[in-house]
Write a protein that binds this ligand. Structure first.
Ligand SMILES: C[S@@+](CC[C@H](N)C(=O)[O-])C[C@H]1O[C@@H](n2cnc3c(N)ncnc32)[C@H](O)[C@@H]1O
Length: 329
């Protein structure tokens, strides 16, 4: 049974602005050479240099997620679907294309204010357009939505499951196809009841699914309280924070809403699991004044992987093994 939906007709500008923050921070990272993303500059024109701790945090976030996605793609090949919830200006579709991945379907969702900006930039950028225009297929545009043969971006409020279902249908969603969901710092902004409804709907409709979720954790200690206060001061409420109290609450959110299983790692663990040569490379880019702040930041973010159905059920073991043996291929 679905939980009661909370009313959500508030001011979303604070939450929407978190995309500018994330995109500018990623751009700062790319500019300094932490990782490569030639597409981000099409969406983010300005970026001021961020603190070294922020840059390292974003580097670990982007690499950690990439590793999970690659892991799932190894299992499915390109016969899968990726659904990016609260996509912001994420460039994963184009980066995957450069890594020779052409997944069957890639669907991005965010508030219409955000998707309108993304659609506008895609429309006027030859490189971005060329990559989504596979097989010289037709591309349909509206101010907030874009539908290409295997790439779709749609404006929607994720708190309305009916709206999400409708927009996915317009994007040729295939419920039978193995599906990888991605949400990077998104669920935390959604009221718990609404988030539960969304996850329940996903778990009951996508029988072969993996879910990669990056967001805050350990939010009930002093550092977490300060983070919360700072965000509230910027008009941004973490409405779903009760799932971000510990790695256990992160896992429970998925299994209690119908997923078969879930695992969660804080970013200290994820960072330690990155290849040593890569860590040494990026650690030389900028010196940290003192390492304590970075450790605290890493302790307050995590990646949770949840799965549903048989195809992905042994993923937990391989991800676990990889992390515990610190081996990444
Ligand atoms: C911190 S940003 C992250 C953007 C992107 N995932 C990234 O990591 O670069 C959070 C994104 O989630 C979106 N978002 C939050 N709540 C949403 C909702 N109820 N419906 C649609 N999008 C939402 C925001 O508009 C924003 O683009």
């Amino acid at each position: 049974m679905m939980d009661r939906q909370l009313s959500f007709h508030g001011d979303e500008s604070g939450v929407i602005a978190t995309n500018d923050d994330a995109s500018e921070s990623k751009r700062s990272c790319v500019k300094l050479g932490y990782y490569h993303d030639e597409y981000l500059q099409s969406f983010v024109k300005i970026s001021e240099k961020k603190a070294p701790e922020i840059n390292r945090g974003y580097y670990a976030r982007v690499k950690g997620i990439e590793i999970c996605i690659e892991k799932f793609l190894k299992k499915t090949g390109d016969k899968c679907q990726i659904i990016n919830l609260g996509c912001g200006f994420d460039t994963l579709y184009w980066r995957l294309r450069d890594a020779s991945h052409m997944v069957q379907n890639f669907i991005e969702l965010d508030f219409p204010t955000v998707t309108a900006k993304k659609c506008y930039q895609i429309k006027r950028n030859k490189v971005l357009l060329e990559k989504i225009n596979i097989e010289d297929g037709e591309i349909k545009f509206s101010p907030t939505d874009l539908h290409a043969p295997n790439y779709h971006i749609v404006g929607v409020d994720l708190r309305s499951v009916d709206e999400v279902a409708n927009k996915l249908k317009q994007s040729d969603v295939d419920f039978q196809l193995p599906t990888i969901f991605l949400s990077e710092c998104v669920l935390v902004y959604i009221e718990t009841a609404n988030c539960n409804n969304l996850l329940k709907w996903i778990a009951s409709n996508f029988t072969s699914a993996a879910f990669v979720n990056y967001e805050q954790v350990n939010m009930n200690d002093r550092f977490g309280e300060v983070m919360l206060g700072n965000l509230r001061a910027r008009g941004c409420n973490l409405a779903g924070v009760e799932s971000c109290l510990s790695l256990e609450t992160q896992i429970l959110r998925f299994v209690q809403n119908g997923f078969t299983g879930a695992r969660s790692w804080d970013m200290c663990q994820i960072y330690d699991s990155l290849p040593t040569s890569e860590r040494h490379r990026i650690e030389k880019i900028e010196m940290l004044d003192e390492g304590e702040l970075l450790v605290q930041l890493f302790q307050h973010y995590c990646i949770t992987v949840a799965w549903n159905g048989e195809l992905f059920q042994d993923i937990e073991i391989t991800v676990e093994k990889r992390l515990s043996t610190l081996m990444i291929d």
